[in-house]
Design a protein around this ligand. Structure first.
Ligand code: TPP
Ligand code: MG
Length: 219
């Protein structure tokens, strides 16, 4: 779902799709290794977003200087914060952090906690884990960037089950009201949430039409 057309940046000298696929593959490897070592950590939700993270970090996000927090960088908010194992793994795949970060998942005393904590991991842009809140923070970031006259974009990744949260729709409504063309929300539409199929808990259909009704361009 997006309020504006997206553009894809190929990495210099290479095939963008192949690069994204390689980032996604390494993301899966490191995420599952971290989850195995920790003995917990949402493997399903982490695996289902690896391709999305591969495309975002590999092709789409403009993060000058990699891990450095450049004020003009594109922002990525993992609103489905329980997929932190995949987030840390994608950073390692991109070379922003070492493999030791995803492999330290959920260890007490490390910075790789089960949900992203911005004071421990500044690359996470904000702390997430309470579903519905990340996309709301992303709306504020998009507004702030526009006020500052910056052209950077904000991307938020939501779970489909997360969209059962009322706060998601407050964020959607407010983004459309403020005509935030610099905001893109992606939904990991895996039809599942922790314990069951979404449809058995609270059905989301007609999902795309709902976003359109809130003023978004839904793809
Ligand atoms: C506000 C809130 N309620 C409940 C949870 C517990 N919880 C963690 S993951 C999850 C399921 C999320 O499903 P979905 O958004 O579809 O994510 P995915 O399928 O991508 O894992 C739930 C209910 C939470 N993190 N936040
Ligand atoms: Mg889901």
């Amino acid at each position: 779902m997006t309020l504006a057309a997206t553009k894809t940046r190929a990495r210099p000298g290479g095939d963008a799709a192949a690069f994204a696929a390689s980032i996604a593959r390494r993301t899966r490897q490191l995420a599952i290794a971290g989850i195995y070592r920790a003995g917990s950590g949402h493997p399903g939700g982490a695996m289902s977003c690896a391709d999305i993270l591969g495309v975002l970090y590999g092709c789409e996000l403009n993060i000058p200087g990699g891990a450095a927090l450049d004020p003009d960088r594109d922002r990525f908010v993992l609103s489905k914060g329980h997929a932190a194992p995949a987030l840390y793994a994608a950073w390692a795949a991109m070379g922003y952090v070492g493999d030791d970060i995803p492999l330290a998942l959920r260890r007490i005393g490390t910075t790789a906690q089960g949900h992203p904590h911005v004071l421990d991991q500044p690359l996470s842009e904000t702390s997430t884990g309470s579903l519905g809140q990340g996309v709301s923070v992303a709306v504020g970031m998009a507004l702030g960037l526009r006020h500052q006259g910056r052209t950077a974009r904000v991307y938020a990744l939501l779970g489909d089950g997360e969209c059962q949260e009322g706060e998601v729709w407050e964020a959607a409504m407010s983004a459309a009201h403020h005509r935030l063309a610099n905001l893109c929300a992606l939904i990991d539409y895996n039809k599942l949430q922790s314990d069951d199929r979404n449809a058995n808990i609270m059905g989301l259909e007609r999902f795309a039409s709902n976003w359109r009704a809130f003023g978004w361009k839904a793809v």
